[in-house]
Design a binder for this molecule. Structure first.
Ligand code: ADP
Ligand code: MG
Length: 743
């Protein structure tokens, strides 16, 4: 038997069990050992029967004096009743619906029973864990026990596959553990005082003590984090091997621009812009994440970077996840840079537009050709795509703003020096990979440089995550809001106050405001298959158990438009609609043609609707805190006081505690830390988005361990960047990279 033998080739596992193991993702023998316990039952307290106490969890060992099956009066359930004896006394044990036990645990056999002691007329065990002992059980050490009398592992299970069976498998195959090669460099094991892999694996499944569990966990968690660190650090090194065009810092230009703004930059904006400008002035490619709450003013920071590049006669591409957002950026950036003699283009799936600021009094404007995007000077032209593409490749367009069209269309730049990616978390792993390819395409063979990369996100990333999955990025943080921002009043609404809230909403709309209603689902489905393929539902999957009463967009839309607000204009938006349709609906709302927009979480992305003042969220407990925070950021953008109402049908203490954080937390970072702690990284981002493989042992809350691991990884790569002297580790890293790209 080899460690990599597929389980189908293992004769001792029946085909039925092979199927169930596959369901748990266990494909070969090795996987069995890497299927880690979820928790442990502590059955290590072995006592004489006479000393058992009520409610104590204990193990007794003795002889079966009597065992029989009893059918209950309803004749539906079997009760198996046994009396077990040791030299100090007798105790009764009962099991439900396991009549085979009367054959397994025959009279006179020696058994070990573990469980909690209950009281009926007398003390007894209800459904205790059991196992048979060999004849001379007094000599049997705990090490030979499997299900009782020790720390007993409890595993993630599936239908028809119990922890009891998994324990059996792991124990009979445990000699094979020694075939597993330890790929962690010995010097790291030594300096970090880590167990050898075989010891760690044996201890994680059949631990000698709680201390042994901790040590085993630390070793296995170290392994998981170490691969992630090596991966991200190597990416960083690879990125830094390339070179980018140097964009020199033009102090007067930037000073003048900042002075011309209608507001004063926050210190955080100044600091971040400074960090970015310093990066740009180097030939080492920048790979920086600009992180800041909704409304913290990331766009103007991006504009500063774009300005510097464009005025150095270089090009900039800014990519946003939706058309409407790309248009919004186009409008904002052209406004901000109106006096700057820069030609700016917009390319989306449906349009190609250019504003030529180099000739502000151009004929097209004088001919009364107003720019439909509003208020922008310069020579505005709708172009044929082909012509736009030409202006890009000729270098005339200095800043190109757009959607995925920037990757999809055959765009070729003249001197692309900077790529800015907005709402970075909205791009999946594949899209981010495509962006990297775009970067390569744009090199165009003749040029040897890649663009500097600036990503922006409103999802606050907790430090531990930043150090792991974003370990290859440098980070700038906007942790300060522009002055004068109103505080959004957040309330948790109990079901009985729903009506009152509707009345409030009606008042707001009467005063000309607009309202968002967010629901966790698109429609009420009658199976547990979630009715979508897009990002909205993914985020809530973790907590999805009973979907019967979860609010759905279609139903809410019907209810609001027919029953509650028949006189108002109500729109509906969800991820199953075509992008064009979605854009149209968003635009109607933006233009004030609808009063209420009922939507799934697709509305999350950074759209600016100053007139919206109420964010009402149904089934709030179904969303992560970071996501709720994002929703809330959709309102409070105008002068009017805004409100966020969190509706929940759940009365659990955990839910209310979690939602209360929405009221108490000072900023998105605090919420994100909480979210990560509660939901884990997969649910925090959606695993597919993060590209993060499942961590079974490592906790992202363990920032100390993460730092240790990172230090060791840096040390190792400095010493041996190609891992030449560590072939086993190199192999393991290759395997790991494959799992990441497959996500
Ligand atoms: P986000 O970080 O969510 O992308 P935006 O860049 O869209 O935020 O900025 C939100 C709003 O704040 C915009 O209307 C912008 O003009 C304004 N703004 C940005 N910086 C400041 C500042 N320092 N002071 C006042 N208003 C600002
Ligand atoms: Mg934004």
């Amino acid at each position: 038997m080899y460690i990599d033998s597929p389980i189908q080739s293992i004769g001792r596992i029946s085909p039925a069990y092979q199927k169930r193991l596959l369901k748990l993702g266990i494909k070969n023998l090795r996987d069995i050992f890497f299927h880690f316990p979820r928790r442990y039952d502590d059955f290590s307290n072995i006592v004489p029967i006479a000393q058992l106490c009520l409610n104590e969890t204990a193990t007794i060992q003795g002889r079966i004096a009597e065992i029989k099956n009893i059918k209950t009066w309803r004749k539906r359930i079997y009760i198996t009743e046994a009396f077990v004896q040791d030299s100090t006394g007798t105790i009764r044990a009962v099991w439900f619906n396991q009549p085979f036990l009367a054959d397994t645990l025959k009279e006179d056999s020696l058994v070990s029973l573990s469980g909690k002691v209950s009281l009926d007329d007398d003390l007894y065990f209800s459904n205790p864990a059991y196992e048979k002992l060999t004849t001379n059980y007094k000599l049997q050490t705990t090490n030979q026990l499997r299900h009782t009398g020790r720390l007993v592992p409890v595993y993630p299970e599936t239908a028809g596959l119990s922890s009891r069976y998994l324990r059996y498998l792991i124990q009979i195959f445990s000699p094979n553990i020694s075939q597993i090669k330890d790929w962690l460099p010995p010097e790291i094991k030594k300096s970090q005082r880590l167990l050898d892999i075989d010891v760690a694996l044996r201890q994680i499944h059949f631990p000698a003590s709680t201390k042994a569990i901790q040590q085993a966990r630390r070793r296995l968690a170290f392994d998981e984090l170490f691969l992630i660190q090596l991966f991200t650090l190597k990416q960083k090194l690879n990125w830094q091997k390339e070179s980018s065009l140097k964009i020199s810092f033009n102090e007067p230009l930037i000073k003048d621009f900042v002075a011309s703004l209608p507001f004063k930059l926050t210190d955080a904006q100044r600091r971040s812009a400074w960090e970015i400008l310093q990066d740009l002035a180097k030939t080492r490619p920048m790979n920086r994440l600009l992180e800041g709450d909704v409304g913290s003013g990331k766009t103007v920071v991006a504009a500063i970077a774009a300005l510097e590049a464009a005025q150095s006669d270089l090009q900039v591409a800014l990519m946003a996840p939706t058309e409407i957002l790309a248009q919004q950026h186009f409008k904002t950036i052209t406004n901000l840079l109106a006096g700057q003699n820069i030609t700016i283009g917009l390319l989306t799936g449906s349009e190609a537009v250019v504003i030529d600021n180099t000739n502000p009094l151009s004929p097209s404007l004088r001919e009364g050709n107003p720019p439909p995007l509003g208020g922008v000077g310069g020579d505005f032209k709708k172009l044929k795509k082909l012509n736009l593409l030409e202006s890009i490749s000729s270098g005339q367009i200095k800043i190109l703003i757009g959607t995925h069209a920037l990757i999809q269309e055959k765009v070729s730049f003249d001197k692309l020096a900077l790529v800015i990616l907005d709402e970075q978390h909205r791009f999946g792993v594949e899209q981010r990979a495509a962006l990297q390819k775009l970067v390569v395409n744009m090199e165009d063979g003749s040029k040897t440089s890649i663009p500097h990369l600036l990503s922006m996100t409103a999802t606050p990333i907790p430090r531990s995550l930043a150090l792991t999955i974003y370990g290859d990025l440098d980070i700038s943080i906007l942790d300060e809001m522009p002055v004068g921002r109103q505080k959004i009043i957040t309330e948790i609404i109990a079901p009985q106050n729903r009506q009152r809230t509707y009345e409030f909403i009606r008042q707001e709309i009467k005063q000309g405001q607009q309202v968002f209603v967010i629901c966790p689902r698109i429609e009420i489905a009658n199976n547990h298959e979630l009715a979508t393929n897009d990002t909205d539902i993914r985020e809530i999957r973790g907590s999805f158990v009973d979907i019967s009463d979860v609010k759905a967009v279609k139903e809410e839309y019907k209810k609001l438009s027919q029953k509650i607000f028949p006189d108002l204009k109500i729109g509906m938006l969800h991820g199953k609609m075509k992008p064009k349709e979605k854009d149209q609906i968003m635009r109607n709302f933006k233009d004030g043609q609808t009063d209420i927009l009922v939507s799934t979480s697709v509305v999350e992305v950074g759209i600016d609707i100053p007139n919206a003042t109420v964010m009402m969220i149904e089934g709030a407990e179904r969303f992560g805190l970071a996501q709720l925070h994002q929703f809330r950021g959709r309102v409070g953008r105008g002068a009017h006081q805004s409100h966020c109402f969190l509706f929940t049908e759940s009365s659990s203490a955990k839910t209310s505690q979690r939602l209360k954080a929405m009221i108490s937390a000072k900023n998105g970072f605090e919420l994100a830390e909480k979210d990560l702690a509660i939901r884990g990284p997969g649910e925090f981002f959606g695993t597919r988005q993060s590209g993060l493989p499942d961590l079974s042992m490592a906790s992202l809350a363990d920032i100390d361990l993460i730092k240790q691991v990172r230090l060791e990884a840096i040390k190792l790569l400095q010493k041996d960047p190609a891992l030449k002297n560590y072939p086993l580790l190199g192999q393991e890293l290759k395997k790991f990279q494959k799992t990441i790209h497959l996500e």
